[in-house]
Ligand binder design. Structure first.
Ligand code: ACO
Length: 436
């Protein structure tokens, strides 16, 4: 890490000795104050629930400038990647740090394609679930289940093993998501077809049947690929930090990714796309565009606990660049399918316009995030609402595993072990039952 000439000095009003803290500079973004010796020297912890001011690691993968609304994967702007590369190029970039040349691209595609099948035993595992189980419950189980197949063969301290785990995960996630979907509707599983593109293969596994081949629509395949690129990584968000924390114990990487899937499920994180579409459908049922005013009133009422889903972000205090790209894709997909007048899309655009002009949202810098439009695109493609977050998990898997592998290769890595401010009972004796 690059030490700054400037140091921070921490002083205490009770006259305890002050302490100098080193400062490190990133290549871009805020500097960090190194507090690792704070407890040893002062006997005090820092307090930062929700990590509002805490960098939990150093990373060279993804950078977000929340004020500018900028997202870079390995330095490349998301807009350029979304228009000039495909998802597997993006995976290569996130894993290895550079975009592939032609040969590397061919080799990487072949490598991933060689791992798309899952062990046949996974089918029987899947059968243990109720058919109406939520796909994220199923995915948490299936991804965790993968660890059982690759436990003895995976030594996380071996970089080659970590790389193989990464390829297996990237290759198998579409197969698992499609299997979970097929199982939920009672259709036979469709095996992967390795001469298709990553997104095309996924869509075929989702929508083909043994009696009818799926003819991919290029616009829809491109849209799916773009959804994957936009969700591929997002630096130290809740699910990625979960994967890092879980993996920091040295656990099986497939188990650590299953922890990420579980975290992503929540409506404040990856579950927002599902929650956003449900919200739009509810407003539509209430009367649509005319009822936006009433809905916004509820959102602003702090006693209602209603949120405008797909709006707001911990880091972006400007338009999420992924939301802009997603809105563009939304237009393309709806016009390719002749759905330009889709009422939910019209409702979403009207809602966005009203919210962006409203003082409540303006003063809090609340803008649409990627999930505001991704649900409409996925619904138009034919993906059921409950599967949206599983598709997000599929795409984010590369980010999770790239971040996990980066952490394990980092010489500064330690098991994650936060401390606490204890506010419970002080030591006391257990009274006999008759005295309680
Ligand atoms: N609707 C209404 N009010 C909101 C929203 C929203 N979507 N988001 C934030 N606010 C308000 C908060 O109530 C708070 O108001 P206050 O200052 O009067 O108390 C203020 O804006 C700041 O918000 P916080 O909750 O402190 O912001 P935080 O960074 O903790 O939360 C989060 C970020 C969880 C994303 C939040 O904006 C949210 O719940 N959004 C809706 C869910 C969503 O779309 N999540 C997807 C995130 S992107 C992703 O994971 C892919």
């Amino acid at each position: 890490m690059n030490a700054s000439d400037v140091k921070a000095t921490l002083s205490f009003s009770d006259g305890s000795p002050s302490m100098d803290l080193p400062i490190y500079k990133g290549s871009i973004g805020p500097d960090v104050i190194d507090i690792r010796k704070l407890y040893g020297q002062t006997g005090k912890f820092t307090y930062d629930p929700g990590f509002l001011s805490t960098a939990s690691c150093q990373s060279a993968i993804t950078y977000i400038d929340g004020d500018k609304g900028e997202l870079l994967y390995r330095g490349y702007p998301i807009e350029q990647l979304a228009t000039g590369c495909d998802f597997l190029d993006t995976c290569y970039l996130l894993l290895y740090g550079e975009l592939p040349n032609e040969q590397q691209q061919r080799d990487f595609h072949k490598l991933v394609n060689n791992h798309t099948m899952v062990n046949e035993q996974m089918q029987f595992f899947l059968r243990g679930f109720r058919r109406d189980a939520h796909p994220m419950a199923v995915m948490t189980g299936l991804v965790g289940g993968l660890s059982a197949f690759y436990h003895d063969s995976t030594d996380i301290n071996n970089p080659k093993h970590r790389e193989i785990a990464a390829i297996r995960l990237i290759a198998k996630m579409p197969t698992l998501v499609a299997m979970a979907y097929k199982y939920s509707i009672g259709q036979p599983y469709i095996y992967p077809k390795n001469d298709l593109s990553y997104a095309g293969n996924f869509m075929r596994m989702m929508f083909a049947t043994p009696c009818e081949e799926y003819v991919p629509n290029d616009v829809l395949v491109r849209a799916m690929d773009r959804i994957f690129i936009l969700h591929a990584d997002h630096e130290q968000n809740a699910s990625t930090s979960t994967v890092r924390l879980c993996g920091s114990s040295g656990t099986n990487p497939f188990a650590a990714i299953a922890a990420g899937v579980a975290c992503l499920w929540g409506p404040a994180h990856g579950g927002a796309n599902e929650a956003c579409l449900n919200m739009l459908e509810e407003i539509q049922q209430m009367g649509g565009v005319e009822k936006i005013g009433d809905f916004i009133k509820q959102v602003k009422d702090k006693t209602s606990s209603v949120k405008l889903m797909g709006f707001g972000h911990r880091v972006y205090k400007n338009y999420d660049p992924r939301a802009k790209l997603m809105r563009e894709t939304c237009h393309e997909v709806l016009s390719a399918l002749g759905l330009e007048n889709d009422p939910l899309f019209k409702l979403a655009m009207a809602l966005e316009k009203i919210a962006l002009e409203d003082e409540y949202f303006v003063s809090r810098k609340l803008y649409p995030n990627v999930d505001f439009y991704s649900g409409i695109v996925q619904r138009a493609i034919g993906i059921p609402v409950s599967l949206f977050t599983a598709i997000f998990a599929l795409a984010r898997t590369v980010g999770w595993i790239a971040q996990l592998n980066e952490m394990i290769a980092d010489p500064e890595y330690k098991i994650g072990r936060p401390r606490q401010l204890f506010v419970g009972a002080e030591r006391r004796d257990v009274p006999p039952l008759s005295a309680r």
